[in-house]
Design a protein around this ligand. Structure first.
Ligand code: IVH
Length: 675
């Protein structure tokens, strides 16, 4: 294929892949099988590798992320990003309407007769401004201070519902589209489930998490989190229509995700009906909204009305009341999680809120208690906004008893009395007594036996509690020492259940290494990380002696995970535990060793593997290199023989390789070398 042919095929693949993407993510219909989609993607990756000069920054291959930024550039907004004035009652909305009409009347163009509104939902996420030039996404900026924002383009490219190329025609040569990036409830719940599995505290609120995610440095991480985006306004010259409503309809044709709910009411009654409908209806939506936005439809009238220093005079938001009640805070207690993290909990006089009786609400951490200055005996506001868990929103200070004093966060563990610690850069307090603090031990055992870990049948939370209380288990390894005679004595156990439990425990000795590694509950080592580590190190002995530098070379292992693994194996009690489990016969070695020797074709040759590949993962390539007698090294120096370059490789590596005159080879060339 020559360059001209490649160019046209690439353009065709771009179009087709984005078209299928659009159908899947926006229209909820599959127009192609996963296999055929992957094949087209593969073809595109191959073409981009063979013709690097044709690779575009907006290629559909960029959806998976890969670009890692050191920080975000601050860029001045072409059109300042203002905010909306808030109203909290229908009366205030009526006043807004009267103000608008008065100004339009004063302008004496008969504007008030032309007046109509558009009602939209007010999405509770993070504002984003995305610029398109010649139909291609070129830049995405956060709101920042409204005058300038952070350039988060690489992260925004990973959001599947945001088109990289526009469909159809009639879009201006250059324009900015604004919208709200948000966490769909489902994606947020999946993220929290994964975090809990890794022993990380769950995120409390989808909006803040969306904002944090958008500022992550590794766009591949952003890609995994499944953010979404609704668009709500268009700025630029030569917009297709003279009114906001039709412009919104037009963006749908260009491939944007138009909010499902918009309305063009003819009068204030219609506005009120929309507000009431969605105040009730919001609990059934798959995303959070915190109000309704009312906008003057005609652009001409918008221009006439203009802006105040902070916000447009042609739009207003109506904020829903967060459902909130007041009640007495009886006591602050503290919970200890599996990882030792301490969560303060407000124990409340039971109160009805949004249809459920609330007895407890989270206080998150010591900072939150101090910020609210919440004290035992206070009357507090409990709120259920978009968030799933009720929270303490404030204190009714007037009702405070004269003799109250500020809450003092505990400094020792409420269960085992060990002095608490704070980790650098984290707000949470931890009980460091991992091996001796009962909720931590029980939590670790629960994790160990869980379905995705050792999958031991016949054991549940209550049984673990019982066995622990009867001193039959004091750590994970004691499970393997449980005896029939001991168990049959216990109230809960009949013959059958004892047999089932003992069989489950014996069967778990065949569970593969990667699951055992996950089951150990090393902080930040979730299922996927455990798989990667097991594939790379093959045995626990190799993993336990790996250095920090070595660990971070493994695909998907960053500083945080590497540090956690190192500190786990530095702890004498973990080493003892692993040794005991080894003696009981658990699998600490991956069975099919990837270190099989295949040839010595790469003898004396060194390789750096970088980027994303089509038919291998980086680890598989490294295993191939070793299996053929070659050596993997982590950094580029003048002594290096080959840079094996995949897609999305960082520019600095390429630069360095060129500087030292290192031969750069593609995946296909590598395959030929070992064939
Ligand atoms: S229009 C001049 N429409 O609410 C501002 N904003 O305080 C025009 N928002 O930061 C904004 N849903 O991020 C508009 N349907 C909607 C919206 C919306 C959410 C956010 C937006 C802005 C904030 C306004």
């Amino acid at each position: 294929m020559n360059q001209e042919e490649a160019k046209s095929r690439i353009a065709e693949l771009f179009r087709e892949l984005e078209e299928h993407n659009h159908s899947y993510y926006m229209l909820n219909t599959s127009t192609i099988s996963d296999y055929d989609f992957d094949m087209m993607m593969k073809e595109l990756i191959e073409l981009e590798q063979s013709f690097p000069e044709l690779a575009s920054i907006n290629s559909p291959t960029k959806r998976v992320g890969g670009e890692v930024s050191q920080g975000f550039d601050t860029v001045v907004h072409k059109y300042p990003m203002m905010s909306l004035d808030n109203t909290y009652s229908i009366d205030e909305v009526r006043e807004f309407d009267a103000r608008v009409r008065k100004r339009l009347d004063e302008a004496e163009i008969g504007g008030a007769d032309l007046l109509s509104y558009v009602c939209e939902l007010k999405y509770d996420g993070v504002a984003i401004g995305i610029t398109y030039k010649n139909g291609e996404l070129v830049q995405a900026l956060t709101r920042g201070d409204g005058v300038s924002g952070d350039d988060v383009t690489a992260n925004v490219r990973t959001i599947n519902s945001i088109p990289l190329f526009l469909k159809g025609s009639g879009f201006p040569r250059e324009f900015e589209i604004r919208g709200e990036i948000y966490f769909p409830h489902k994606a947020f719940e999946e993220l929290n489930k994964a975090r809990e599995e890794q022993g990380e505290p769950a995120f409390a609120n989808p909006r803040n998490t969306a904002s944090g995610t958008l500022k992550m440095k590794d766009s591949a991480e952003v890609a995994k989190r499944n953010l979404d985006c609704f668009l709500y306004s268009l700025s630029g010259e030569n917009l297709p229509h003279d009114n906001h409503y039709d412009n919104l309809i037009a963006i749908k044709e260009w491939g944007f995700k138009l909010p499902y709910v918009i309305s063009k009411p003819t009068d204030l009654e219609g506005v009120t009906a929309f507000i009431n409908e969605w105040d009730k209806g919001r609990k059934d939506l798959e995303y959070d909204i915190d109000g309704v936005v009312l906008k003057v439809n005609l652009k001409r009238l918008q221009e006439l009305l203009g802006f105040t220093a902070k916000s447009p005079r042609w739009a207003i938001s109506y904020k829903f009341k967060a459902e909130r009640v007041s009640t007495l805070l009886n006591k602050i207690t503290y919970q200890v999680g599996r990882t030792g993290a301490i969560t303060p909990v407000a124990n409340l006089q039971p109160v009805l809120l949004a249809g459920t009786v609330v007895k407890r609400a989270t206080l998150h951490n010591a900072d939150q208690i101090a910020k609210l200055d919440v004290r035992e005996g206070d009357t507090v506001y409990v709120e259920k906004g978009g968030e799933i868990i009720p929270k303490i929103a404030g204190v009714l200070v007037d009702k405070r008893m004269g003799d109250s004093s500020p809450a003092i966060f505990i400094d020792t563990c409420p269960i085992c009395s060990t002095q608490l610690k704070q980790k650098e850069g984290e707000v949470a307090h931890y009980c460091p007594n991992e091996g001796g603090c009962p909720p931590q031990i029980k939590g670790k055992i629960e994790h160990f036996i869980s379905r995705k870990a050792m999958n031991i049948d016949g054991l549940g939370e209550e049984t673990i509690e019982l066995l622990f209380d009867k001193n039959l288990i004091a750590d994970i390894s004691d499970l393997y020492n449980l005896k029939y005679e001991e168990l049959i004595e216990l109230d809960r156990f009949a013959e059958k259940s004892v047999q089932r439990l003992l069989q489950g425990i014996t069967a778990s000795k065949n569970i593969p290494f990667e699951k055992v590694l996950f089951a150990l509950g090393i902080r930040f080592v979730g299922e996927t990380v455990a798989k990667k580590l097991a594939a790379h190190y093959v045995t626990i002995d190799r993993l336990s002696t790996a250095s920090f530098g070595d660990l971070i070379e493994v695909e998907e292992i960053g500083d945080k995970i590497a540090e956690s693994v190192i500190s786990y194996f530095q702890d004498e009690s973990s080493v003892k535990l692993v040794n005991k489990l080894k003696e009981y016969g658990l699998q600490f070695e991956k069975v099919e060793s990837s270190a099989n020797v295949k040839s010595d074709r790469l003898k004396d040759l060194s390789f750096v593997v970088s980027g994303v590949f089509k038919s291998y993962s980086r680890d598989e390539l490294k295993a191939e290199i070793e299996a053929n007698g070659g050596r993997n090294v982590s950094s580029i120096s003048s002594k290096l023989n080959y840079l094996l370059a995949g897609d999305n490789m960082g520019p600095s590596k390429l630069e360095k390789a060129n500087k030292f005159n290192i031969e750069i080879i593609s995946e296909d060339e590598f395959k030929e070398m070992i064939a």
